[in-house]
Design a binder for this molecule. Sequence first.
Ligand SMILES: NC(=O)c1ccc[n+]([C@@H]2O[C@H](COP(=O)([O-])OP(=O)(O)OC[C@H]3O[C@@H](n4cnc5c(N)ncnc54)[C@H](OP(=O)(O)O)[C@@H]3O)[C@@H](O)[C@H]2O)c1
Length: 394
Amino acid sequence: MDMIRSVPVPALGTKLSAEEAMRLAISEAYKGATRVSPNPLVGAVILDAQGGFLSAGYHEFYGGPHAEVNALKDLKPEQLQGAHAFVTLEPCAHEGKTPSCAKMMAKLPLKKVTFGLIDPNPLVAGQGAEILRQAGIEAEVFSSADPVLEAKLKLALEEVCEAFLWNFRQKKVFVSLKMASSLDGQVALKSGESQWITGPESREYVHYIRACHDAILVGKGTIEFDNPSLNIRHPTISKKNKVVVIDGEAELLGKFAHLKLADVHDPADVFWCVAEELQEKVEALLQSLGRAPQIVYVKTRVSGDLDLQDLLAKLYSKGIRSVMVEGGAFTASSFIKEALVNRIYMFQAPIIMGSGGARSWTETIRISAMADKLQIRNPRYLTFGNDFMITGTF
Ligand SMILES: NC(=O)c1ccc[n+]([C@@H]2O[C@H](COP(=O)([O-])OP(=O)(O)OC[C@H]3O[C@@H](n4cnc5c(N)ncnc54)[C@H](OP(=O)(O)O)[C@@H]3O)[C@@H](O)[C@H]2O)c1
């Protein structure tokens, strides 16, 4: 179980420390993980004047009320006398799809607002806090007397809205890589067979992570070998996702209508990435296809491979803010080699497939000095049935 994402909501009146309240706010934020993109995940917790738990809330869906509104909506002004609000992100100062949270909170008899991160937009950073201060409410960034706990929570605060922060700061797609491997790092047999390496518990979690991203991306080989649906099949999540396929030479495009993914996705949600030099040939081919995906024309490198940075930039311009790369081996290696992966989800099953007859997910990566090894930062380890999963950043 992921401790950061599953803090139980306490009983009314339970005394919480500032650290416990912020941890709960982070956990609340994750409840919106599959529905808020491209907005940030945000959670809020309200404690009464004695530090007792009053309520919690989160940003539930894109365009919907913000976390602060949801946390405060059922509370009466007398309950809020001297209350302390904890929010993972600075309350917004500006009117967007919803009214300004800072202005709404400024009208309440709160004593203090503690927020995890300052608004990343330099044009409005600190303005939410200023509105609160003008109204006589203390407003400050979260800190703790325990430096270890503070560092841990700050990391968790960045992680909870990492895709949003990356989109905002870099104007780029946030890229996660998910692979499932044996204990010896193999992801498929050379015959192409790869199902199943991990158990049902891992696979269910993969569908949850799929739902946390705007799109799932695979290379042509995975479509050929597995003919996957690449949709979200989860007992409690119902969501339509986008799919991105890399098929530089447009060799599989003609077979689109016969693929499983064409049955389960609206073609407008499938982005087929091909070399831009092939535009004429592809346009002619499209005339003969009954149902066709969206075509993304991508620059090529000298090697003939598609330029993955250009590919991601084109996806960003089409409104895709996060992708989960799901293989196969060549595609995973390519994204790692070009330092395009923000977060990795590496599932490992307690099985050995042997490098003699199988394929490693890093088959095209060559490191000749240990000083050049690729380090995964801030790793966390979770277990799913008999498997374990490492997630971390690059
Ligand atoms: N265990 C797991 O987590 C997992 C997940 C997914 C898949 N798999 C397995 O992995 C195997 C497939 O892996 P794979 O390496 O053969 O296939 P792949 O990575 O799915 O696709 C590779 C192909 O995609 C195209 N491609 C990828 N990046 C490209 C780029 N930058 N530019 C141009 N084309 C690009 C190329 O097609 P061209 O040949 O046209 O150049 C390349 O040969 C299957 O056996 C599948 O079952 C395992």
